[in-house]
Design a protein around this ligand. Structure first.
Ligand code: DGL
Length: 273
């Protein structure tokens, strides 16, 4: 029997930055990725709506068969992870907020941490709570930076426009912090600009790699990891199946930049949630 894939979902293409880290950390696994492109962005929606969308996306993946769910969207992780665990008890659920918080506490020397993300992520305070669980003495400040999402999707990831926007968002925020968490799947694309504006004394933390490490640990603990012998030879293997709810061309075009690989529209299957 073919081993089950790892399900990964995001509001759109942003989660492909997490998928990229997962693929690097777990080269023998296959993945089923769902981008809810018809309803993105999640970051500006209410918690109830984000939660409902996250349930529908999870159900679509669970119905197709997955052994682990990675919620590769900070907004959905911040709002819906606990709920998803309660509603889908048979599937381990991993979000990006807890691993990001852990990485931030590890990186921070003085326990002064800034988190940037979408409005939905920052408003709910999930990062603040997750960081407090790791280090009760840490001081956390958050800021919504919604224009970074649009810049990343447009491919405006360097030059004067993103730099000016980064100054407007970050100058006062990073004044007294030593660590800045990129609490949105889109922000790693802007990491050079963000790092330059934040300055060299501020460590930049991206949750993709720590989420991948947490996925590996979780699979090992549950004895769910695919071994080399489980996987069919690379030339016949399809390591990622891509699903989206709208716009396969845009998904492939914009997603290629996020994944760092050329995607083709005809490889994106459109599904209805
Ligand atoms: N993927 C979302 C996140 O990480 C950003 C895009 C959106 O707002 O849907 O928060």
């Amino acid at each position: 029997m073919r081993p089950l894939p790892i399900g990964v979902f995001d509001s759109g293409v942003g989660g492909l930055t997490v998928l990229r880290a997962l693929q690097a950390a777990l080269p023998h696994e296959s993945f089923l990725y769902l981008g809810d492109t018809a309803r993105l962005p999640y970051g500006t929606k209410s918690a109830d709506t984000i939660s409902r969308y996250a349930h529908q996306a999870t159900r679509a993946l669970v119905e197709r068969g997955i052994k682990l769910l990675v919620v590769a969207c900070n907004t959905a992780s911040a709002v819906a992870c606990d709920d998803l665990r309660a509603h889908f008890p048979g599937i381990p659920v991993l979000g990006v907020v807890e691993p990001g918080a852990r990485a931030a506490v590890r990186a921070s020397k003085r326990g002064r941490i800034a988190v940037i993300g979408t409005e939905g992520t920052i408003k709910g305070g999930a990062y603040t709570r997750a960081i407090a669980r790791e280090d009760g003495a840490a001081v956390v400040v958050g800021r919504a930076c919604p224009l970074f999402v649009a810049l990343a999707e447009e491919g405006w990831t360097d030059g004067p426009i993103p730099t000016a926007i980064a100054h407007a968002y970050l100058d006062d925020l990073v004044d007294d912090v030593d660590t800045l968490v990129l609490g949105c799947t889109h922000f790693p694309l802007l990491s050079s600009v963000i790092a330059a504006v934040a300055g060299s004394r501020v460590a930049i933390v991206d949750s993709a790699d720590t989420t991948a490490a947490a996925a590996l640990e979780l699979l090992d603990r549950a004895d769910l990891r695919a071994s080399e012998v489980d996987t069919t030879p690379t030339r016949t293997r399809v390591p990622v199946r891509l699903l989206a709810t709208d716009g396969p061309e845009r998904f492939a075009r914009v997603g290629s930049r996020f994944l760092g690989l050329t995607l083709h529209a005809d490889a994106v299957e459109i599904v209805d949630l």
